[in-house]
Design a protein around this ligand. Sequence first.
Ligand code: COA
Length: 159
Amino acid sequence: MATPTIALARRHDAALLAAMSRRLVEAGLQPQWTESRIERARQHADHVVLTARLGGSLAGFAIMQYGDDAAHLNLLAVESIYQRQGIGRQLLHWLEETACTAGTFRIRLEVRANNTSGQAFYKALGYQQTDWVRGYYQDHEDALRLERDLALIRSAGPT
Ligand SMILES: CC(C)(COP(=O)(O)OP(=O)(O)OC[C@H]1O[C@@H](n2cnc3c(N)ncnc32)[C@H](O)[C@@H]1OP(=O)(O)O)[C@@H](O)C(=O)NCCC(=O)NCCS
């Protein structure tokens, strides 16, 4: 397992994160997560833009929006050469812990219907499908909506 440095994105990270989103998450779609949108999210109090760095290289990142009732995971990606080393799990764990600290226990996200490895990742981490949304991605591709209720896990006690 890799031990990345997990920290809030820095100024000037946005261009690289937008490029990662285009390659790893939004391939084949009109990119929605532009550099300026990511930079706005970075500066916005209800968003967290989180990075995982290994030896100075940007290995992964995630963007979460925190609401009163639920937090929404907008993006999560790990560079191909760093995948299956626990980095995605550590990014998501950091965001889940932060949501719980803020009193938000429900995490929601959408994943592309054709992204079977992304779906396997979220399901391995306790996310369950709540919906299937036709044409969610630019009327072009369906999404699975997934959710995890962290309050249930907390009330069940330590695992
Ligand atoms: C999905 C993604 C974020 C996972 O990140 P990662 O760092 O590789 O995942 P982890 O190493 O933390 O995996 C945690 C667990 O998830 C499951 N998992 C992860 N990738 C998987 C895959 N390709 N196939 C099946 N299960 C997978 C496994 O159970 C894994 O545990 P294990 O390695 O001990 O078996 C990464 O593959 C990625 O960036 N993919 C492209 C972008 C994407 O699909 N993002 C998600 C939708 S926005």
